[in-house]
Design a protein around this ligand. Structure first.
Ligand code: ZN
Length: 287
């Protein structure tokens, strides 16, 4: 398993915010300590503006440097544009590794799936996954399936990839919940699976199975995964019921689709996050 990270991604934060540097530092410590899953470590790639501009407006890139908060969840931090670019760089490096046949996970922050073309929101500044998907499509891949199992709807990914004929987006998320979208399918290629709060694990897995079947029927050459771990039973930001073994199962199920894939960390705010990520990675690796 290749893990792409850069410890500098822990260099910003605000007391009381759920999306905090410890999400990464705790996970790094746990991954370094364990011996069941062999890991190779890699750094984010450099990112050109042209790659960002496929997904975002020039005004949005400029806005990231203005010292004004974006919304209540998404403060301005000094150098946030650099942190956000590094997170994109890790997504691009993950794409490269997937294409080389490696199992790969980007362990970075900020997350990205709420960022739209023009706006930072929901802890997200740049759309890591949409940028990587658009890069894949611009450099030879014909069909990319995006699977978003974060408990929140990937509204930004949806908005950026809407009606892109090379991409299909599948989001499984709690509704009602932040950001309040994702109740129905949108356009020709965005498929939403809203799940009520407190849905039993077994039923939640059935919804995943439906979405996975739909993903397979799209016949992707490549799968990009928005891996959020906040549908966990003890996550503080949502009301779902999944356990670590469900994330193992998700990793295993995605691997069994049998095409190259890469996963990027989105949400997951419980102190058990390292255990959940490790379970998922074992499933992806087939350990
Ligand atoms: Zn989330």
């Amino acid at each position: 398993m290749k893990i792409i990270t850069d410890e500098r991604c822990t260099g910003y934060g605000q007391p009381g915010m759920a999306e905090r540097p410890e999400r990464i530092t705790m996970t790094l410590a746990a991954l370094r300590k364990q011996t069941q899953l062999p890991i190779t470590w890699s750094k984010p790639a450099k990112v050109d503006d042209a790659v960002l501009l496929r997904a975002h407006t020039p005004e949005h890139l400029a806005r990231l440097n203005e010292p004004v908060d974006f919304d209540g969840d998404t403060p301005y931090f000094p150098k946030i544009a650099e942190y956000a670019r590094a997170s994109v760089g890790a997504a691009l490096e993950a794409l490269k590794a997937a294409r080389a046949g490696e199992s790969v996970f980007s362990l970075m922050r900020p997350p990205g799936h709420h960022a739209t073309r023009r706006h930072a929101m929901g802890f997200c500044y740049l759309s890591n996954i949409a940028i990587a998907v658009l890069e894949a499509l611009a450099t030879g891949t014909k069909r990319v399936g995006v699977f978003d199992f974060d408990v929140h709807h990937g509204n930004g990914t949806e908005a950026i990839l809407l009606n892109n004929p090379g991409a299909a987006f599948f989001s499984i998320h709690q509704f009602p919940c932040y950001p309040g979208t994702g109740t129905a399918n949108v356009g020709k290629n965005c498929f939403n699976y809203p799940v009520p709060p407190y849905t039993p694990r077994k039923e939640y897995r059935h919804v995943f199975e439906d979405a996975l079947g739909h993903l397979k029927s799209f016949k992707p050459e490549l799968i990009a995964v928005s891996a959020g771990f906040d549908a966990y039973a003890r996550d503080p930001l949502a009301q779902e019921t999944l356990e670590a073994e469900d994330f193992y199962w998700l990793g295993e199920s995605l691997r069994k689709v049998g095409v190259p894939m890469f996963s990027l960390l989105e949400g997951g705010y419980s102190d058990d996050l390292p255990e959940l990520i490790l379970a998922y990675l074992k499933g992806v690796e087939g350990k």
